[in-house]
Design a binder for this molecule. Structure first.
Ligand SMILES: Nc1ncnc2c1ncn2[C@@H]1O[C@H](COP(=O)(O)OP(=O)(O)OP(=O)(O)O)[C@@H](O)[C@H]1O
Length: 276
C-alpha cells in the first residue's frame, strides 16, 4: 500500500453513520516541544457530526491538541507526540501515512483569515490542485463557496484577489478553501478572534450549518461562543504543580453539563470567572 492510500476515503456518510460515533480518537500521553512538556494525559474523543469546543486559560494546550488532530504540528521543530490519534480507526501518525492526505480529510481554519495572494477562485481551488483533483474544479469551487455562504457575494468577481475581501469574507473564503476538498472533519482555531461581532455571528451560524455535513473541533477563548455553538465542551487547564506549565484535559462532556453542572471544582472556578 502506498503512503497516499494509507488513509482510506471515509465516504460522505462517514460523518454520521457507523457503529462507532467517534471521528477522531485522540489519546495524548505527552506532547513535547523540544524539552518542554506542553500537554499531558488527555483523552479527547471527537464525536461525529458534532461541534466540540476546546476552552481553557491561555497556554493550556488547546491549539496544540487541535493541531495534533491533523498533524499540523509536524511542521514545528521539536514537536513530539506520545500517544495515539486515530481517525475513523486509522492511526494518522503511522509512518506510512502522508500528512498531506490526513489534511485532505481533516481540514483546518486558522485564527487570522489567511487567504493566499491569488484570486478568490484559485484560493478555493488550491487544495483540489494540491490533491491532483481530476474532476470539475469550477463546480467544486462554486459548491464550496455556497457551503461557506459566500457565493452570492463573490460570484461576479471570482478573479479578484482573495485579499480584496473584508475580514469576515476572507474567513468564509478560508472555510470554502477548507471544505473544497470535502473533508470529514474541520478544525477551527479561534476562527472569529480577528472578526467584529457581526462577522463573528455569521461564522457561528455557518458552523451550525456546516455541522450537518462535517464534524467540527473548535478552539475558542469565548465561553459564550462555546455555549452558542458547541455540543460538547472540553475544558483544559494548566498544571504548575511540578514547576512547569503543562496543559491537560480537566473534563469533557455535553456543553450544558460542563457549564451548568461541572464535575470539577476547577471547571466551576474557570466558568465562574475566578481565573482566566
Ligand atoms: N511552536 C511552539 N514551540 C514551543 N512551545 C510552544 C509552541 N507552540 C506552543 N507552545 C507552548 O505550548 C503551550 C501550549 O500552547 P497552546 O498555543 O497550545 O495553548 P493555548 O491553550 O492554545 O493558548 P492560547 O489560548 O493562548 O492560544 C504553551 O506553553 C506554549 O507556549
Amino acid at each position: 500500500m502506498s503512503a497516499v492510500e494509507a488513509i482510506q476515503d471515509p465516504g460522505p456518510s462517514a460523518v454520521r453513520a457507523g457503529s462507532n460515533d467517534i471521528a477522531i480518537d485522540c489519546r495524548v500521553e505527552k506532547i513535547m516541544y523540544g524539552q518542554f512538556l506542553a500537554v499531558r494525559d488527555s483523552h479527547v474523543p471527537i464525536q461525529k457530526g458534532k461541534i466540540t469546543g476546546f476552552i481553557g486559560p491561555s497556554g493550556c494546550g488547546k491549539s496544540t491538541v487541535l493541531r495534533s488532530l491533523n498533524r499540523m504540528n509536524d511542521l514545528i521543530d521539536g514537536f513530539k507526540l506520545e500517544g495515539n490519534v486515530q481517525f475513523l480507526g486509522q492511526d494518522i501518525y503511522d509512518k506510512s501515512v502522508d500528512p498531506v492526505v490526513v489534511r485532505r480529510y481533516i481540514g483546518m481554519v486558522f485564527q487570522q483569515p489567511n487567504p493566499f495572494a491569488m484570486s478568490i477562485f484559485d484560493n478555493v481551488a488550491f487544495g483540489l490542485r494540491l490533491n491532483k483533483f481530476k474532476g470539475d474544479v469550477a463546480g467544486r469551487v462554486e459548491h464550496a463557496l455556497r457551503r461557506a455562504a459566500l457565493w452570492d457575494e463573490v460570484k461576479d468577481k471570482l478573479k479578484a484577489s482573495g485579499l480584496s475581501l473584508s475580514g469576515g469574507q476572507q474567513q468564509r473564503l478560508c472555510i470554502a478553501r477548507a471544505v473544497a476538498t470535502e473533508p470529514t472533519v474541520l478544525l477551527m482555531d479561534e476562527p472569529c478572534s480577528a472578526l467584529d461581532p457581526i462577522a463573528t455571528r455569521r461564522i457561528e451560524e455557518l458552523m451550525l450549518e456546516l455541522r450537518k455535513d462535517y464534524t467540527i473541533a473548535l478552539v475558542t477563548h469565548n465561553m459564550q461562543q462555546a455555549t452558542r455553538v458547541a455540543d460538547i465542551t472540553a475544558f483544559f487547564a494548566v498544571d504548575i504543580s511540578k514547576g512547569g506549565r503543562t496543559g491537560y484535559l480537566v473534563e469533557m462532556d455535553e456543553t450544558a453539563r460542563v457549564f451548568e453542572d461541572p464535575r470539577e471544582q476547577l471547571t466551576k472556578d474557570y466558568i465562574g470567572g475566578k481565573f482566566s
